[in-house]
Design a protein around this ligand. Structure first.
Ligand code: ZN
Length: 308
């Protein structure tokens, strides 16, 4: 080795050390090796801010803005390497009415023919006719659940472990109009409903008591509930179970429950801004939404049976 090469190799070693120290000091190694750590409150807040901005006009399911939201979701899922469902060429799954914005569905492919579904509605309400603030921003309802699905997609893109079940993400349209999107999906299921190991629906996950989330459906979905218990050892949320069993029939899990798919519903307590124009981004608890998304991600991996 001549002296020039020796100098070069010293330089390379120094560069490597500088790089290593930089990575270690900013915690990037953790982000690269631990997908859960990539689900951050910053990411949640960024997506909620966009989805619940005044420009999005409340994302009514028959508006241009709802279609923009659908594209925002599909683009992020594509970026995360997710693919359309089997037999589909697009992530957009239209309902039977061309006026409706579409459901958006994508998956992280497993090796088998079973599925774990993670769902949230992305639509909200059309602007009211009068008042200084006319826009129903729907930050908690349900930009928060939608942002969780976006963050989970990012974590899936960093997952190295092969899974047995495919993990399917679905952003439903028309929930506020009477479960329009989820009814259509359940009645025209692009995947066999009997092959769904479990469904977890998120609707309003960022208000109320810090660190507290309500869970409905555990008695009829014990396997999902046990996976949530295991996941929560890492996340540490305060989970309140079976306090509002009637909620099971007022969000998108309902059409699937009717078809005997095991379902869990995660939500926060009703609050003063529920279905009011004051459901604003600055009132959400992004940390609660991020921790709920981490819980759901870890639970989905557990249910999907990682292949050792
Ligand atoms: Zn909702």
């Amino acid at each position: 080795m001549d002296s020039l090469l020796r100098e070069e190799s010293k330089l390379n070693l120094r560069n490597f050390l500088v790089y290593f120290l930089f990575i270690a000091s900013c915690g990037c190694t953790n982000l690269q090796t631990n997908p859960v750590a990539s689900i951050t409150q910053t990411a949640i807040l960024q997506d909620v801010s966009w989805l619940a901005s005044d420009e999005m006009q409340g994302r009514h399911y028959r508006s241009i803005e709802a279609r923009k939201a659908a594209k925002y979701i599909a683009d992020k899922w594509k970026l995360a390497g997710l693919t359309p469902l089997p037999s589909k060429t697009s992530m957009y799954i239209p309902t039977d009415d061309p006026r409706d914005s579409p459901n958006v569905a994508a998956m992280y492919q497993g090796s088998g023919d079973t599925y774990v579904l993670l769902t949230a509605h992305y639509d909200h309400l059309k602007p009211r006719k009068t008042g200084t603030d006319r826009i129903y921003n729907g930050a908690d309802d349900n930009a928060s659940g939608t942002a969780a699905l976006l963050a989970i997609a990012g974590a899936l893109s960093k997952t190295q472990t092969p899974l047995e079940s495919s993990i399917v993400l679905v952003a439903f349209t028309g929930e506020e109009a009477g479960l329009v999107g989820s009814e259509h999906f359940a009645n025209n299921a692009p995947i066999p409903l009997h092959a769904i190991r479990g469904l977890i629906n998120l609707d309003m996950i960022s208000r109320g008591e810090p660190n507290t989330i309500f869970l409905e459906g555990a008695p009829d979905a014990p396997r999902i509930n046990m996976a949530i218990v295991r996941a929560n050892k890492e996340v540490g949320l305060n989970i309140i179970r079976n306090k509002h069993t009637d909620w099971l029939y007022r969000s998108d899990q309902a059409p699937f429950l009717e078809k005997n798919v095991p379902c869990i519903f995660l939500s926060v307590e009703d609050h003063e801004d529920y279905h009011r124009v004051t459901d604003h981004t600055e009132k959400i608890l992004p940390e609660l939404a991020a921790k709920t998304a981490q819980l759901v991600f870890l639970t989905a991996i557990d249910l999907a049976h990682p292949v050792p």
